[in-house]
Design a protein around this ligand. Structure first.
Ligand code: SF4
Ligand code: MG
Length: 322
């Protein structure tokens, strides 16, 4: 069976004057219809670059150096600009942290929704477009959608704006949603509501979801699979429940012990010392070694490969295993 999305050994470089910098160093993952994957790691791990490479929108000087992104079995790098435009915003939608990156402050919600639909379906009538807009606003639980269509983005709260962005992303019935820190700007209660909404939509509409976030707490409550990223690589992956219950990689263990008790509110406990390396100075061997309390000589000399465990469901890249 063809997977909805398959990312195979993807390498993304940034071509700079002094040479190429590697932002993604051979990452692989897949997402099926109705499946929710969390891409997690601190800022600078390469999560957003991974999201943008799926829709072939890495900003210059970034480029896909090797590997492949297959969407519904088709290699996106082999598609024409026209074919890619059709997939982007039609079969694949993207949701960002700041709803105002998607919403135009000077147009009503109704106009923006109708225009979006018209861009993808030029022959659609205004009446039909409005009918669909109302349907999508109801799906994301916006009260009195008829009235809301006439309003401007500033007339909504942050949480409501993000619901509208989700409604807009649903207009074309996408097969996959990539949500990059969709709730980071919102308070905890609203965060939970938005994530519940996304989960419900994935289930009812059989959509795949890639949730990109630094917040392992959110990922643990909303996804079925997880891939932990560090310095452009996946260092651990597997079923979310198993990984969170018994993390293997010292970096994943660090992320979990940095979570506030009970995953809600409170202050962070054991921060991982040090910080994510800059792309220009990725340490040799295991790139996590300067921050790892288990580091051994081999960790500085040899880069650990991502290895699958005996259950076949979990992978980890660390010399402590195998
Ligand atoms: Fe730590 Fe070594 Fe494992 Fe890297 S390979 S996470 S340095 S023990
Ligand atoms: Mg990011």
């Amino acid at each position: 069976m063809t997977k909805l999305l398959e990312v195979n050994d993807l390498v993304v470089n940034f071509a700079l004057r002094f040479g190429d910098l590697t932002a993604l160093n051979g990452i692989s993952f897949d997402v099926d219809s109705g499946e929710r994957l969390g891409l997690v790691g601190e800022s600078g791990a390469g999560k957003s670059v991974a999201g943008f490479s799926i829709i072939n929108l890495i900003s210059k000087p970034g480029y896909i150096a090797s590997g492949a992104v297959l969407f519904e079995g088709r290699d996106i790098s082999a598609l024409s600009t026209e074919q890619m435009r059709h997939i982007r915003g039609n079969r694949i939608s993207m949701i960002f942290q700041d709803p105002m990156m998607t919403l135009n402050p000077v147009l009503t919600i109704g106009t923006q929704m109708v225009e979006t639909l018209k861009a993808h379906r030029p022959k659609i009538s205004r009446q039909e477009a409005e009918r669909i807009a109302l349907e999508k606003l109801s799906q994301v639980y916006i009260p009195s959608p008829e009235k809301r269509l006439q309003q401007y983005p500033h007339e909504f709260s942050g949480g409501m704006r993000q619901r509208i962005v989700i409604a807009i992303s649903l207009l074309t019935d996408p097969a996959l949603i990539i949500a990059d820190e969709p709730t980071t700007a919102l308070d905890v209660t609203i965060q939970a509501e938005i994530m519940d909404l996304l989960m419900e939509l994935c289930t009812t509409q059989k959509m795949g979801l890639i949730l990109i976030t630094h917040d392992l707490g959110v990922v643990s409550q909303t996804t079925q699979k997880i891939a932990v990223m560090y310095a452009g690589k996946i260092v651990e992956s597997g079923p979310t429940h198993d990984v969170v219950a018994a993390p293997k990689h010292p970096y994943t263990q660090g992320l979990i012990s940095a979570l506030p008790q009970g995953l809600h509110g409170g202050k962070r406990l054991n921060q991982i010392p040090g910080s994510m390396p800059n792309l220009t100075s990725i340490p040799p061997g295991c790139s996590f070694h300067p921050r790892c309390t288990h580091a051994m000589d081999i960790c500085i000399q040899h880069t650990p490969e991502l290895q699958t465990d005996e259950t076949g469901s979990r992978q980890v890249a660390c010399h402590l295993y195998g």
